[in-house]
Design a protein around this ligand. Structure first.
Ligand code: FE
Length: 231
């Protein structure tokens, strides 16, 4: 299989949200497509392990927010790389509630759709949900949407592990022993400089990247240590 071939399939980037009476959750998706115009129906794919998948199945409701090209990396980090099982993502983002009560992210959002679940398909690791559009709104008519290829090629982002497009790769063990080697976060481009460290994250100046604990996360977007690469 030629993995590079898959990278030529075009996608956008979206936040899919759902919730219950007590809490909301959402995740970054690239697999969103309109399936019919009459009635207006839209499909999404969701990893079965996502907390949001449970909320969608229980509430029969979800929303889709189309992200703009200049979406803040912190939002991609929070919704793409962190689990709602660990953090309340909606404490850190602007959102509204639709008429159905479903949460809808509005921050860095061009347009949104409020959907009622009408069908779901089990495709192995993922579920495909078909939603009937109840309401929608266009918030920033002139903005350009964030595409997966722009995120991947320009922003150097990569798919979170629950994305349908994620490809598991062996981590290359490079022989890097220089204590002054800088590393860059592939999600948000934050640079870890050993001379500066990350005092707020408990890493003292002078700490080589290899010596940082494995549970350390990017201070900007929350991506894990494995999401940093040598620059
Ligand atoms: Fe980062």
């Amino acid at each position: 299989m030629n993995i590079e071939a898959f990278f030529n399939i075009t996608y956008g980037l979206y936040i899919i949200s759902s919730g219950d009476e007590k809490r909301n959750n959402g995740f970054i998706a690239n697999t969103v497509f309109q399936v019919t115009a009459e009635p207006a129906q839209i499909a999404i794919a969701c990893n079965k392990d996502n907390l949001t998948a449970q909320f969608i199945q229980n509430s029969k409701l979800f929303s889709i927010s189309i992200l703009k090209k200049e979406t803040k990396p912190e939002i991609l980090g929070l919704f793409g790389y962190q689990s709602g099982k660990d953090v309340d993502k909606f404490e850190k983002i602007e959102f509204i509630k639709g008429e159905s009560g479903v949460p809808i992210v509005t921050e860095d959002t061009i347009a949104w759709f409020e959907c009622e679940l009408v069908q779901s398909f089990d495709v192995g690791t993922h579920l495909i949900f078909i939603g009937l559009i109840l309401n929608n709104d266009l918030i920033i008519p002139d903005a350009k949407p964030l595409t997966y290829s722009y995120y991947r090629n320009v922003k150097k982002g990569k798919a979170p592990k629950n994305a349908p497009t994620y490809i598991k790769k062996e981590i290359k063990k490079e022989e890097i022993t220089m204590e002054k080697t800088k590393y860059e976060c592939v999600v948000c481009s934050h640079i870890y400089d050993p001379e500066v460290g990350d005092p707020d994250g408990g890493i003292e100046p002078g700490t080589a990247f290899e010596d940082i604990p494995d549970n350390w996360v990017c201070p900007v977007c929350g991506a894990g240590k494995e999401d940093f690469q040598v620059i």
